[in-house]
Design a protein around this ligand. Sequence first.
Ligand SMILES: Cc1ncc(COP(=O)(O)O)c(C=O)c1O
Length: 472
Amino acid sequence: MTAEEFRRHGRAAVDWIADYWGRVESLPVRSQVQPGWVREQLPPAPPYVGEPFDAVLADLDTIVVPGLTHWQHPGFFAYFPTSTSGPAVLAELLASGLGVQGMLWQTSPACTELEQHVLDWLAAMLALPEKFTFAGTGGGVIQDTASSAILVALVAALHRISDGQVAREGIERGRYAVYTSTQTNSALEKGVRISGLGASSIRFIETRSDLSMDPDALRAVMKKDVAQGIVPVMVMATVGTTSTGAVDPVESIGRICRESEVWLHVDAAYAGVAAMCPEFRWIHQGVAAYADSYSTNPHKWMLTAFDCDACYVADRESLVGALSVLPEFLRNPATDSGAVVDYRDWQVPLGRRFRALKLWAVIRCYGVEGLRTHLRHSVALAQRFAAWVGADERFELMAPHPLSLVCFRLRGADEINRRLLEALNASGRVYLSHTVIHGAFTLRLAIGGTATRLEHVAAAWDQISRLAAVCG
Ligand SMILES: Cc1ncc(COP(=O)(O)O)c(C=O)c1O
């Protein structure tokens, strides 16, 4: 592709995205294709002779779009959103165009230093403590997702508790245990499997009535393990669980961790960014005093295109010690000087994308004020929705809803709630998901998409209310 062709097709691609955002509301939110449909539209073999880029764009409309579930649709309420935005997408384009790979400081100093700086900014925006910044003993790193943040935190915790033995010799079977609530995301179990600890090392701690982890239960389970010679290695608290948005009592959990010198990771994948607003900062109570690591996903609710997880550690030595491998071909004077950060030591892969560019663009273009407006807007919409549900006696609210996730159900059998969910999702106008709370099938409505406005939430409620009359 020549430079001139690139300009022409580039404009067409940007126009295509702008048009897509303009028309996405008219498309069915959840893809309606049957399994195998997309592959049936594709030729069995790749083209031998290259095709014009226009042909790719044309197939986007006919093959790809019908096979999409539209996460940018204003009626997408199913999972936590991937709120994207113009500044994020343009910065992604620039990052691809630059095509740098920032494994070492030396392979692109701007890639590393911009990331360090923007993550220090974000720490300040979320009122995270200095220990998580490069002015302190730790620092931030962008991971692809919260799952990777959990995995590297776990590996760092193992490194610290074993004084490096795990990195050298591997894990002794049955020696370590990891603790989290029954409401945890699947990511920790995946992490313990990858790390070699094995799923049997996880202790799922019971929750209180609000579905947050019960610290007394944690203390009891940990005590039992210690009595049996098992070493507690990490507790993972969740600020905003996937199922209901429950916020674990980080402060009480942290005190228990401190007594036993156990690593505390705080998974705030969805909710953490809300701490940008002073009125929601309570969700981080205890993080400053007790967390050894913390992560939140700007790609969920902070207008930063997927993927972007902001991961912080209080002691960068444990993380780097666990993950640093320095073959001769990566040696360079900057690394040897010890004066730079080499992010290859902070993550699973060696190579890395220039993700900081989009986070930087988002923070600069929206400013703290603009981002707070987006977060507050989502919370206000969720509160309006919850008020409508609460005022209709056919329904019940199933969990506290301090932020932008509302869990609710029709009073009565699970079956009518299943029917209601399927009817809503089949309509193509909204997409919700479900969970099980206290044994009951429950609908989840998660707000936070870039385009969602009051009219969309009101339309969703109107539809829920009408279909309830049919399904109930
Ligand atoms: C609380 C929580 N933790 C972890 C995850 C996993 O997220 P990721 O896709 O970033 O690994 C999610 C996803 O929704 C989540 O809600």
